[in-house]
Design a protein around this ligand. Structure first.
Ligand SMILES: [Zn+2]
Length: 506
C-alpha cells in the first residue's frame, strides 16, 4: 500500500528570518531557497511580501528562480496584503497565498481590538480575494490552540467554503501538549464539514520544547502538512525543527504510516548553509545535525557501533549527508581531484568557480597538512560569502603585534570601492579589538559589536578557525562570518563581511 505523503512546508525564510532580526541579502535568501529545493521541500514560504520592500523582492525573485516547490507568501487578512502577496508570487510555477488572522479571544480583543464577528468577515473575504487570484490558498487562525473550539469550527467551515485548500492549525505560542494537540486536530476533523477535501497543516512553536512532538502527534491523527524551519529557527524558542520532523517520519515510517518527498541526504548541507548564512550556530548536542549527533563517547557504545552500527545508531549518518571525516586531500592533490571531491559533496562548479576554489584550496594546503571534507565545506562557504555580499571594501592585509608585555597594535590594508588601498593602524585592548578599530578608521561605519564567537572547524592545532559576529546598526542586526587558519585574520574577514553587508543594505 502506498504511504500517505506529508507535505513539508519550510518557513525558514519567513518565520525564521523575520524573528532573527537579521538582514539577509536577496541573494542569500535565494541561495537558501535553492538548497531547500535540492532538499525536496514541497512548499517554501519565501517571505511576507507586504511587510517590506526587501521581503517583496525576495519572494518575487524566488518565485522566478525556484521552480519545483510551491512558493508561498504570507498575508494578513487585509486586501492590501493579499494583493501584494499575489504580486510577489504570480510568476511562481505553483503560487500559494497564505492568509492568517488571530482567532483567540485574547488576541482578537487585545491585539486586533475587534470582535469575533469582524474577524470572521475579514477571514472569509480575504480567502475569497486570495482565491480570485490563485487556486492554492492556505488559511491560518493564529493562536488556534487557545481559540474557543466552537468559534474555530465555524471559522474553518466558512473559509473552506470561501475556497481555502489548506487549513493550518498553529500552536503560535507553543502552549499545547502533544495529546491535547492531537485531540484538537481530531475534533476539528470530526466537526468541520468539508475538512476531508482540504489538507490539515500544523505549525508548532517550541516554547516548551514540544514543537516536533506536537507536529508528529498531529500527523498521527491525520495532519498532512507540517510547517517548520531548518535548525528550528523561528520566533522566540523557534519553530519545529524540520530536519527532526523529517527524520522522525522517515525513521518511524512503519509506525506513522506516512513518508515525505525529502532527499534526506541534503539535510546536512541545508542545515550548515542556513547556519552559515544566518549566523545561528547549531548547538553540539542538537538532534540530527549537531556535531555530536553521531558521536559515541561511551566505550560500551563505541564498541557496539564498531561491531554492528545499529546497536546504538537508529539512523545512518550518511542518510543525512554527513561528510566522512577521513583524510581526503592534501598539498599534492590536483584540480581534477578537488573537482570530483566537491562534486561528491554536492557542489556543481563552473570553471571559473573551480579556479577560485582551487586557488583557495592550495593556499589552505600550504598551511594545513590534511584537508578534510569539513575544511572543504568551510572553504566553499568563504567562496560563497564573497559572491553573496558585494565586496565594497576588501581586506588585503592584516598585521598584529600582541603579547603580555605590549599594547596590542594592528595595521590593516583595505581596498576601498574606488580601488585605492588605504592603510590604517590602531591599538586596542586585545588583538581583535585593535584590528576592528583599525578597520573602523578606514570604513567609518558606526556600529555596535553584539557578539563575537570563534570555533574550530576540525580538530588539531592547525584547524581552521571560524569566526561569527553580529553587529547592530540602527536596530538591524548584521551577521559576519570569516574563516582562516589564523583566527585574527578570520576575525578581520568576519568584520569586513558584516560591514559590507551593512553597506549593501544602506
Ligand atoms: Zn510561527
Amino acid at each position: 500500500m502506498a504511504k500517505d505523503k506529508v507535505t513539508i512546508f519550510d518557513t525558514t525564510l519567513r518565520d525564521g528570518e523575520q524573528s532573527a532580526g537579521i538582514g539577509l541579502t536577496t541573494h542569500e535568501k535565494l541561495q537558501i531557497a535553492k538548497q531547500l529545493e535540492m532538499l525536496g521541500v514541497d512548499v517554501i514560504e519565501a517571505g511576507f511580501a507586504a511587510s517590506s520592500p526587501g521581503d517583496f523582492q525576495a519572494v518575487d525573485l524566488i518565485s522566478k528562480e525556484v521552480r519545483n516547490p510551491i512558493i508561498a507568501s504570507l498575508a494578513r487578512c487585509v486586501p492590501g496584503d493579499v494583493d501584494s502577496a499575489w504580486d510577489a508570487i504570480q510568476s511562481a510555477s505553483r503560487p500559494r497565498i497564505h492568509v492568517f488572522v488571530s482567532s483567540s479571544d485574547v488576541q482578537i480583543m487585545h491585539q486586533l481590538r475587534k470582535n469575533p464577528e469582524e474577524v470572521f468577515d475579514m477571514a472569509v473575504s480575504s480567502v475569497e480575494r486570495a482565491k480570485s487570484y490563485c487556486e492554492d490558498v492556505e488559511f491560518s487562525p493564529m493562536d488556534a490552540t487557545r481559540t474557543d473550539m466552537d468559534y474555530l469550527y465555524k471559522l474553518l467551515t466558512a473559509v473552506i467554503q470561501a475556497g481555502a485548500t489548506t487549513l493550518n492549525i498553529p500552536d503560535t505560542v507553543g502552549y499545547a501538549m502533544p495529546w491535547e494537540f492531537s485531540d484538537r486536530i481530531s475534533k476539528i476533523k470530526e466537526n468541520v464539514p468539508g475538512i476531508d477535501n482540504v489538507v490539515i497543516s500544523v505549525h508548532c512553536h517550541n516554547d516548551l520544547g514540544l514543537s516536533v512532538a506536537n507536529s508528529l502527534a498531529a500527523v498521527q491523527v491525520g495532519a498532512r502538512q507540517v510547517e517548520g524551519c531548518i535548525n528550528g529557527l523561528g520566533e522566540r524558542a523557534g519553530n519545529a525543527s524540520l530536519e527532526e520532523v523529517i527524520m522522525g517520519i522517515e525513521t518511524r515510517q512503519e509506525m506513522l504510516g506516512v513518508s515525505t518527498n525529502i532527499d534526506t541526504r541534503q539535510i546536512y548541507r541545508t542545515s550548515r548553509l542556513v547556519s552559515d548564512i544566518t549566523g545561528f550556530t547549531i548547538q553540539p548536542n542538537k538532534a540530527i545535525v549537531g556535531v555530536n549527533a553521531f558521536r559515541h563517547a561511551s566505550g560500551i557504545h563505541q564498541d557496539g557501533v564498531l561491531k554492528e552500527r545499529t546497536t546504538f545508531e537508529i539512523m545512518d549518518p550518511q542518510s543525512i549527508g554527513w561528510p566522512s571525516s577521513s583524510l581526503v586531500l592534501g598539498k599534492l592533490s590536483g584540480r581534477a581531484g578537488l573537482r570530483s571531491r566537491l562534486e561528491e559533496m554536492g557542489y556543481k562548479l563552473t570553471d571559473s568557480e573551480l579556479n577560485q576554489a582551487f586557488k583557495a584550496f592550495k593556499d589552505l594546503a600550504d598551511r594545513k597538512r590534511e584537508i578534510t571534507n569539513a575544511d572543504l565545506e568551510s572553504l566553499m562557504s568563504s567562496q560563497r560569502r564573497t559572491s553573496d555580499v558585494p565586496n565594497l571594501y576588501t581586506l588585503s592585509s592584516v598585521k598584529v603585534t600582541s603579547g603580555n608585555d605590549s599594547t596590542p597594535t594592528a595595521t590593516v590594508t583595505i581596498d576601498n570601492p574606488e580601488g585605492s588601498s588605504i592603510i590604517e593602524s590602531s591599538v586596542g585592548t586585545g588583538p581583535v579589538d585593535a584590528v576592528y578599530k583599525a578597520i573602523d578608521k578606514v570604513v567609518q561605519v558606526d556600529n555596535e559589536l553584539l557578539e563575537y564567537r570563534v570555533e574550530a572547524v576540525t580538530e588539531g592545532i592547525d584547524a581552521i578557525g571560524d569566526v561569527s559576529i553580529r553587529i547592530s546598526k540602527e536596530n538591524t542586526i548584521y551577521v559576519g562570518r570569516g574563516s582562516d587558519t589564523d583566527i585574527i585574520v578570520a576575525s578581520a574577514k568576519a568584520y569586513m563581511n558584516a560591514i559590507n553587508r551593512v553597506l549593501a543594505f544602506n
